[in-house]
Every structure is written in C-alpha cells, then in structure tokens.
Write a protein that binds this ligand. Structure first.
Ligand SMILES: [Zn+2]
Length: 448
C-alpha cells in the first residue's frame, strides 16, 4: 500500500497564495489576447499570444520554442527538466485559441479579462485559458522555489483546437514529434472540475476516453430526369429513406469499461443500483453518463439538385457519427446496414481514444485532488466529443482530461463553455493551481 500523503507534495500556504495570484493574473492577461478561431483556417491573435507565453516562460528561466504552422498561427512548446531524466515524461497541453464571442450578447467585453465579483471574465476563461494560466503559474512556482518536478514535463500551448487542430496539435505531431520523446501520458482539458452529487458530495470526473468521430458523407445515386415524369430511381428519395432509417434506429446501450467504472463508483458512493436507462439518481452527474451510453449518428447537412424541374442524379447528406471506444466494428457495420445497398459513404474518421483509469497517473491525479479536497470522489468518465487528445494519441500518448477546479453547486461551468458571460471563479483557479502543482510534483511511480 502506498503512503499517499508522503507521495503527494502540497505547496506551503505562502506558495498556495502566490500560485493563486499568478493564476488569476495570467488568466486575465491571456483573455485579453483575442484569439478567436473562426474555423476553415481563419483565426486571429494566436501568434501574439503564443509569443507572449514564450516570453513568460523565458522570464522564468526556460527555453521555449515558438513554432509557426501558418502565418499568424503559432504554438509554444517547452520541456521542463525533471529530477529523473530516465523517467517517462508527462505532456501538459492547453490550447490558446477560443471560439468567437459576440460582444453585444455579453455583460462585459468578452476580451476584457476583467476580475470582478470573484471571477475572471472573458472568452476562454473556462476553455481553456484557465489551464494555460495554471500552467504558467506552476512554472513561476518552480522558479521561486527552485524545485524540480520528478519527471520531465513537456508544456505545449497550441493553436487551432477549436477547429481541426491542423495548425496546432496535429501540426506538432506531424512536423515535430521529437518534442514529445519519452512522453507516456498527457493531461489537458475537460475533467477534474467538481460536479455536485445528490447528498452534497463532490465528484471530480477525470476524462479517460473520448468517443471517436466519423464525419461521413452518404451519397445516393439515381437516374436524372424531368421533374414532370415518373421516376422510380430518384436519388433524393433513396437518400431520404436512408435518413429515416437512421432516425428510427435505436443505438443499443453499450456500457464500455470507462463508463462502467463511473457507474460502479457512483453506485457505491450513493448506495443505489444505477440502471443505465434511468440516470435520475445521479443528479447533475447524469450528464457525464447520458451521452456515452451509445453510439450516435445525426444528419447535419443535405445537398441535392439545382433546378425545380430537374430530378438530380445524386443526393448526399452529411452524417455526424460518434463512436464509443471499442465499438468501431459494430458502429460501421450498423451504418452500412442502415445505408443499404444503394448508398455509398466517404468521410473522415478519428478513432475513439482511451487512457487507463487504473494507471499510476490516474491514481496520482486522484490523490492530488483528495489532498486539497478530502471529500473528493474521483472517477473516470468518457467524453462525448473530442479534443486534441486524439491528435497526440497518434504518438501513442494516452490523454486524460484534467483541469482541476472546485465550484459551488450553483455554478454550472458547462453553461458558460462556448456560451455567454464565460467566467472562471478565482477560488476555483486558486484550488486548481494548488491541485495541478501537487500532481505535477508527484512521482506517479509511487502509485504503481
Ligand atoms: Zn477547449
């Protein structure tokens, strides 16, 4: 059995205060860079922000590199040398881009970084300049204390997560894989934040997997002809029939291991058996489960025809498919079955990813959370969508979603991510910076 208290270093009260001040200040300053990502290669501000981050890292005595993937798109990467260079390294990545914000909808200018009413306000406050700020605060902590983390840490501040990652994580993976040598695990967004449980306890879900995405185009072909003539081979009719089949299909419930671990842990904690078809006993935590019990396909775009009186020879639909880890073969067999013999499919496929929630790293994250919140219930969960973790999976680096934070039950962070009046509570940033520091200073081998 591990002596987790000895293995889990907690910053002193003075250091905790300095970490909190730095995290709030860095978050506010990062938000003031408008790094809106409009998609399709269009963005602003990423290079300026990446260079500013590099300046802060340099001031702290590190040697970052700024890597431009396209004009204006840049990524900053730095390796922090650990006490044991032979130990596997940890990658910590945060994106610097944000989704756009419409100022007229907001109660404060979205790129103000205003600190008011116990929160830092602005686009990116929760997605994910909060984490970028905590990473920078940790670097300052190392500089102040002269401490060395137990293993090498690679910090990557990347562009383009809010679109395809082509100019960010995917660019780094394809063009600069050497930067990630020796890395055997990663942490980044979507997880580690408190979720209130019925009865008052706090769940900290750590993402240990992501559904895959299959962005497919289904195409039906038929016989073109005059719109006034009978046509038994109409591409539009075939396509609509297939869309109807997708709509009627009930994707079977598949409780994959990560979701089973979450349900088991919640069931044990709450003292009730949980039926996956009735998540009501879980309260707010139901949202962590509901989107990951089955695969899904939604039609999102249609294309057919060019004139009112012409039956076109082709009709196509965009289908957004999401796939649970371990169910890929079943997913595509079902899709082809529903498409039927008349339709073809093409498209992009990003496989699901998962990380081991029984690993020493997961245990070290859980211990760091419990060191700062003794009542924390820490469990893995699977994300419905995707992050840059999929890009780094190409280098065999399993990724966890771990951006620690603690909020009162009435603060629903999910409503602000990509929403209006996005803000992060300063207490949550302070808590997160302490937990992150504890985790980054923990040697996961103590939990092996
Ligand atoms: Zn994000």
């Amino acid at each position: 059995m591990t002596d987790t208290a000895a293995a889990t270093p907690v910053p002193s009260a003075d250091e905790a205060a300095a970490l909190a001040d730095d995290a709030v200040d860095f978050c506010s300053r990062l938000i003031r860079f408008d790094t809106s990502n409009y998609g399709g290669g269009e963005s602003r501000g990423e290079r300026a922000c990446a260079e500013w981050v590099a300046g802060e890292l340099t001031d702290a005595g590190l040697k970052p590199v700024v890597l431009e993937s396209a004009p204006g798109r840049a990524n900053t990467v730095v390796r922090i040398t650990g006490a044991d260079p032979a130990a596997p390294a940890l990658l910590v990545h945060g994106h610097l881009d944000v989704v756009p914000a419409e100022p007229s909808d907001w109660s404060t200018y979205p790129f103000s970084g205003e600190v008011r009413d116990g929160a830092v306000w602005g686009r990116g406050a929760l997605d994910m300049k909060d984490m970028d700020a905590m990473m920078l605060a940790f670097v300052r902590h190392l500089q102040r204390t002269g401490a060395k983390p137990p293993r090498d840490l690679v910090f990557a501040f990347v562009a383009d997560e809010e679109d395809t990652g082509e100019y960010g994580a995917r660019f780094l993976v394809e063009q600069h894989p050497d930067l990630f040598e020796g890395v055997n695990a990663a942490i980044s967004e979507s997880g580690g934040q408190s979720v209130p449980l019925p009865g008052g306890a706090r769940l900290y879900p750590i993402a240990a997997g992501e559904r895959g995405s299959a962005w497919m185009t289904a195409t039906a072909r038929g016989t073109a002809g005059h719109g006034s003539k009978r046509n038994d081979d109409n591409a539009l009719v075939k396509l609509s029939a297939a869309i109807g089949r997708f709509d009627r299909h009930e994707w079977p419930v598949r409780v994959v291991p990560i979701v089973a671990a979450l349900l088991d842990g919640l069931s044990r904690h709450l003292g009730v058996a949980i039926d996956p078809t009735d998540l009501s006993p879980l309260g707010a935590a139901a949202e962590l489960v509901s989107g990951t019990l089955a695969n899904s396909v939604n039609p999102t775009m249609l294309r057919a025809g060019y004139k009112h009186n012409v039956i076109p020879s082709e009709a196509s639909a965009a289908l957004d498919g999401r796939i649970l880890p371990g169910t890929e073969a079943e997913f595509f067999a079902t899709v082809d079955d529903l498409l039927g013999p008349d339709l073809t499919r093409t498209g992009d496929y990003l496989p699901p990813v998962s990380a081991d929630h029984t690993s020493p790293d997961f245990a070290a994250m859980a211990a760091a959370l419990r060191a700062h919140d003794p009542e924390a219930l820490v469990l893995p969960y699977c994300m419905t969508g995707g992050t840059d973790a999929k890009a780094f999976a190409a280098l065999d680096i399993p990724g966890f979603g771990f951006v620690p934070g603690r909020t009162p039950a009435d603060f629903n962070a999910w409503q602000y991510v990509h929403g209006v009046d996005e803000r992060v509570l300063t207490d949550s940033l302070a808590f997160g910076a302490r937990v992150l520091t504890t985790y980054l200073m923990t040697d996961p081998r103590a939990f092996a």
